[in-house]
Structure formats: C-alpha cells, structure tokens
Write a protein that binds this ligand. Sequence first.
Ligand code: G16
Length: 552
Amino acid sequence: MSVNIREVATTPFNDQKPGTSGLRKKTRQFQQPGYLENFVQAIFNTLPGKAGAKLVVGGDGRYFNREAIQTIIRMAVANGLGEIIVGQHGFLSTPAASCVIRKYQTLGGIVLSASHNPGGPDEDFGLKFNAANGGPAPEQLTNAIYVASKEIESYRISESEDIDLDTLGDVHIGNARVRVIDPVADYAELMRSIFDFGKIGAMLKSGDFGFCFDAMWAITGIYAKAIFEEELGAPRGTVINGEPLTDFGGHHPDPNLVHAKELVAKLFSDDGPDFGAASDGDGDRNMILGRQFYVTPSDSVAIIAANARLIPGYRDGLRGVARSMPTSAALDAVASKLGIPCFETPTGWKFFGNLLDAGRITLCGEESFGTGSDHVREKDGIWAVLCWLNMLAERQQPVEDIVHEHWLTYGRNFYTRHDFEGISSEDGAAIMEHLRTLVASPKQVSDWLENEGAETGLASCDDFAYTDPVDESISENQGIRLQFSDGSRIIYRLSGTGTVGATLRVYIEKPVKEAGRQQADTQETLAELIALSRKFARIEEISGRTEPSVIT
Ligand code: G16
C-alpha cells in the first residue's frame, strides 16, 4: 500500500520535560491538537539510526491508548521506521514491552502509561521511550528529547488508515510492516525460562495453598490469567479484577494497602489465602502479602536476594544488587553477607540500566513497589510474584515466617514513607530550598538535632548526587539525606511522577537488630524521627500541612 506523508507545521509546548518515568500529564493535555505528535516527533528527531529500524509500541490499555497508538504508528511510518511491533488490542505491560524490545532487537519502544495513576478523560496519561536495551531512556536521552520538543517546527505523519489492533498478523503501510503480536506469549516464555513452573504449578494445584492476585482492572489481568491460571493451574478466580478497563473501574491501579482494598480484605480475613499480590496499571509494580501480613517493598527485594539461589534462573548466585537511595538498607545487609556489591542509585528505574547492562548487578528494587532483575530492563510485577511463589514452593513456610526469619538473620529495617500530596509547586520548591540550605552546613544540622533532644547523633547530611559507575555521568539534587549514627535515615524529595502541583515524599528508616524489638509497630518505632522530619523541613510552616495524605 503506497502512502502519502504530510509534514505538519507546529509550535512547541514548553512543558514536555520528562519526569521520573517519561512524560505524564492529564489526558486532556495529551489530547490537545499536536501535543502527542510534538513529543513523538521530538523522540524521533533525537534518535539516530531509525531508517528501516524496528520499534515496539504498546500500552496499559488506559483511555486514549488506542488513539495514541494509531497516531504513533502513522508517525513511525512517516519517519522511516521499517517495522512497528504492536501488542494486540494495543496492550503491552511495561515489563513485556521491555522483553519484546530486547527479544526482537529493536531500536526501542514507545510505552503508553501513567503507571499507577488513574485513567480516563479527566485523569492521567503518559508516554515514555525505552531504548534498545529495553530500559527507560537514560537522562541524557530524555534531556535531549526535551530540548528537541522546545525546538520543534513540524511533525511527519502518514495519511494511512487505522490499523486493526485486534487481529494478530502483519499489515504493510508504504515501506513499513506493522506486526500485531500476542502481548503475553514472549513474556510468558521468558518467565518459563527463569522459574520452576513444575514446582510452582504443583503447589498451586495442590488445593493446600490459597493464592489471590489482584490485577486492579489493569494490564496484568491478561498476563496473570495466562500464567497463573492457565499455565500453572491455579484455580479459576485466583486472579481478581482481571479484565483491563480503560478507566481501571474508576480506581487507582496502585498496588498498596489503601488502593488494593479487595485483596487486602481477603488476605486480612480470618480464613484468607496464604499468599496475595497485586500489580499496577502497567504491570511493573507489585505488592506482596501473606495471610494477615504485609511485606514492605524494601524487605521484599532483600528477601528475594537472600533466597535467589532457590530460583533456577538465579541458581548461580547474584553478581551484585542495587536499590534506589530512599529504599531501606535491608538489601545492603543481604549483599554484605553474600559478599557482593550493593549500589545506591537515584529514584527512577532508568538509573539501574547501566549497572544491569554492564553485568554489575543481577537484582534491584525500590521502595515504590518496584522489584526486578537483569531478565528485562524494567521493574516487573508478575516476575516478583513468581519469585515469591517459587520461594514459597521451595520453603513450604508461611510468608510471615519467612520474613521473621529474615529479620532475625539480617536485622529489621523499620521503614515508612509519608507523602504530602497536592501541595503547590512553589511550596514544594521552598521546602526543598530550605532543606538544601540547611544540609550545606552539617554542623548547623547537628546542633539543631541536639537542641531538639534527638536520640541519636548525625553521621552525615547532604543533597544526594550520583556518579554512574559505568559511564561516570553525574545526576545531582536527587534528594536530601540525614543519616544518623545508628543507621537511621530521614530523606526528602519531590515526586517526579505527579501531574499537578507537588508531592513531597519523606522517607524514614531505622534498623533494629534486637529480636525482641522487631515485632513492634512501625509508626510507633519511627515516631521520634517522624516528628523531627516534619519540624526540620518546616512542612507546616511553609505548606500549612500538618499530616501526610498517604502513608506507606
Ligand atoms: C516510577 C519510576 C520509579 C520510581 C517511581 C516513583 O515508577 O519508574 O523508579 O520509584 O516512579 O517516582 P517518584 O517518587 O518520583 O514519584 P512508575 O511505576 O510510576 O513508572
């Protein structure tokens, strides 16, 4: 089919700076004429080697996913891409997109999602570019895309018909081939190569093990049903809220104790299942629950690292591990015992990419419900659940016992995150500026803490800067850190994934080695540090907020 290409004149939008994970905005903002087109053209203008190359396109199925995909296909054709690989119905979870980009050796992929944010005409939409390694574009590339978005004068688009996204197979438009693929098959094959499906299947089919997976009306429904129910033989109904809906049923597809209500109610009931898990809008986050027991994401990655040899894909051990700076140091304790390096990176999965590519780490994780390994270059919800299922099938113990044993061996890092959402951008900036000024003078911070009667002295304080050990690129202003002499920490940063105003995140941690104190309540154990964190940052004085809106 020959095709006409149009060059459409446009003017820049000056707000297309990618955040922690691509460009996230209100859906209506993305739907403005030229908004999506400008950003996609900025990506194409930044990418070398696109002539004839392969590109993956897919998303989490939220409102505007299909329309955006049709536009991106037309623009990819007009920009000279040779093959566009699209998930059927426009579906690809973020980790599956990463898997497909790697497997078919493409130039990269465009993934449409605003992750755990709600979807719909009045909610959020997002777009990110993943590079040829399958991972989120590194900062140098996102910065270059932003520059290109501010200089854009026109975009290229073909005048072709919509593609039938529901039918598997190939369609040719001009010189390009569009392949509509099964969004699950390649990913499921990868999972089969890592985990002991025989053992997990036997446990799930035994009738002695209760499992519930909450797909939160989002993309992992199709993966979870295919893998947990159809392939591994878990009873039908194991996957709840399993049909991907464009508005996620009006909910936040955010796997935490607040939003995964139905799952939490099941697991915390008297005769609840043994194991529960949830994933988010685009399938990269996960929450792990035992019967009446919540596993923090920071503990989850540490426990997976400590038990990795039980999983066939990691039987040879781990080369190294990494966590984002605000994630608790539970992982560090495991790494130290295993005698492997543990890297501390800024928040954002993109910072793990170089370490994974260079073979310096095998596993990594974040406090924000993200866990992953070198099998793809994204965090991976279904993979994390399979890690737990594989560990449970091997250890034959309740989740709670596994976690308690872990704490006895490595100590427990009490951990909480307090989010002050929806404060104004100005107040958010003022709080960070105030903190930056304070930590520039550690003596002043130390004196202030002493004056407040703080239990433990300050070991150091700074504004975290990261030098990538692989390419030596430097990322500054990645969060304010107060580190205490007993290993406790208070960390402050502004979220980079919101779409309105600012969200101040305050992360608080305290390591406890003594077994007798490990069963205490998290908020009570951290109460002193929590009070200090608010006063030190002058949160109430600057923003008027006395309490966080979300505590995880
Ligand atoms: C993204 C990033 C994560 C990050 C999280 C929270 O996750 O990929 O690395 O930890 O955002 O970022 P922030 O604290 O800046 O809001 P997702 O699942 O939203 O793509």
